[in-house]
Design a protein around this ligand. Structure first.
Ligand SMILES: CC(=O)SCCNC(=O)CCNC(=O)[C@H](O)C(C)(C)COP(=O)(O)OP(=O)(O)OC[C@H]1O[C@@H](n2cnc3c(N)ncnc32)[C@H](O)[C@@H]1OP(=O)(O)O
Ligand SMILES: O=C([O-])CC(=O)C(=O)O
Length: 369
């Protein structure tokens, strides 16, 4: 075996089929169950997209109504989960809090190890409904604020923002949030989804697979990049300093967070849609400086390295403008991606093979004591 036979990071390796989504770097497109994500973002609620990813088809009006009722009926933070969150120190990263809270949900579910399709869908729906409550409450407690119970007269996105900030923001903000949830919901065999599939392949339970997914998403090379983008913006300060900042960062061999992608080499299919949402937010909040900084760093990165932004680049500043704390950005990604993870967990379980690749040994030759 030669070095070229070994695909570091499984780069370019196709490991299985999936019918959940198609990422096509050649056409720069992303399809969820066949539908272009841009069309879904322009026309659908996150609830419709969640239904689509789990069931393979968009819901009829009656199916959507029933589906919304399931989410609305479970969106209040469970007392036992709140008690677990309250035990955790404020120094814990919100991703660690969320990971622990999801683990607690699994530990309190008597059916945690039941893997029928119906039971998996119920668990997926429970997580989809509960994660916003955990994320909203964790940000509030860090600010010294009390929990806000959900409102069942609001859709998913409006209620998420209401539970976080105590008021329903303007439609422009709710719409931008909805778009971000749809764009973040699913992306084929990315690292966190693959982690969830590996755990499922051992017949591990759905909650364990989601907890594993959260752990993988936290890293700065994956979901943690949306948080890191905001740290970069804070470090740079204003648009006029972007070019010089980039020169210095590249000279010190730093990775520029929010740029580059394992699959898309000519730009991330989701960025234009999220950038439009960011522009709308900047207009609404009168924060054109944010877009100026975004453009300045993007232009500098294009001319210096020709590396394009990924979805985390516009999402970070968009969540900042909406009022989220920087540490809450990656948990927002979880709220969306839990739908994609669970769709893949169910797909993996339905056609399972233990995931167990090989390695080429390069340690010492056999030796004896
Ligand atoms: C929603 C998401 O999860 S999208 C990903 C979010 N992650 C980030 O934004 C983190 C920053 N980006 C990166 O680290 C990378 O682009 C990754 C991890 C996303 C993809 O990496 P890979 O496919 O493994 O590409 P790799 O890291 O080998 O990059 C190829 C070359 O481009 C360079 N490069 C890639 N991305 C960046 C970047 N963001 N900043 C600086 N250089 C970069 C690499 O240094 C490498 O250069 P070299 O050939 O001179 O060594
Ligand atoms: O596909 C990837 O490798 C990372 C990504 O963009 C995502 O998970 O949304």
């Amino acid at each position: 075996m030669t070095d070229t036979d070994i695909k570091k990071g499984l780069a370019g390796v196709v490991v299985d089929y999936t019918a959940v989504s198609k990422v096509n770097p050649e056409t720069n497109s992303l399809l969820y169950r066949g539908y272009p994500v841009q069309e879904l973002a322009a026309n659908c609620s996150f609830e419709q997209v969640a239904y689509l990813l789990w069931h393979g088809e968009l819901p009829t009006d009656a199916e959507l109504k029933e589906f919304e009722e399931i989410e609305r009926g479970q969106r209040a933070l469970d007392d036992s989960v709140k008690a677990v969150v309250d035990l955790l120190p404020m120094t814990a990263h919100p991703m660690d809090v969320l990971r622990t809270a999801v683990s607690a949900i699994g530990a309190t579910d008597p059916d945690a190890d039941v893997a029928t399709e119906e039971s998996s869908l119920n668990k997926a729906a429970r997580l989809y409904a509960q994660v916003p409550a955990i994320v909203a409450y964790d940000q509030r407690r860090r600010r010294g604020e009390d929990l806000i119970p959900p409102r069942d007269d609001l859709g998913y996105s409006a209620n998420f923002l209401y539970m976080t900030f105590g008021e329903v923001p303007a439609d422009a903000v709710v719409d931008a949030f909805n778009v971000s949830m749809i764009l973040y919901a699913e992306h084929s065999f990315n690292a966190s989804t693959f982690t969830a599939r590996v755990i499922t392949s051992t017949l591990g339970d759905l909650y364990s697979a989601v907890v594993g997914g959260i752990g993988a998403l936290k890293g700065a090379l994956h979901g943690g990049a949306n948080e890191a983008v905001m740290h970069t913006f804070d470090e740079i300060g204003t648009a006029d300093k972007a070019e010089a900042w980039l020169e210095e960062a590249l000279a010190s061999k730093r990775k520029i967070m929010g740029f580059g992608h394992r699959v898309y080499k000519n730009g991330d299919s989701r960025v234009p849609t999220m950038k439009t949402a960011l522009d709308t937010l900047a207009e609404y909040y009168d924060r054109h400086d944010m877009v100026e900084l975004y453009d300045a760093l993007n232009d500098a990165m294009t001319s210096r390295k020709n590396i394009k932004p990924n979805l985390d680049y516009p999402s970070g500043p968009a969540y900042h403008l909406m009022g989220f704390d920087t540490l809450t950005f990656t948990p927002l990604f979880v709220a969306a991606r839990v739908v994609g993870w669970t769709a893949h967990i169910m797909e993996q379980a339905a056609s399972n093979a233990l995931i167990r690749p090989l390695s080429e040994y390069n340690g010492p030759d056999e030796r004896h004591l």
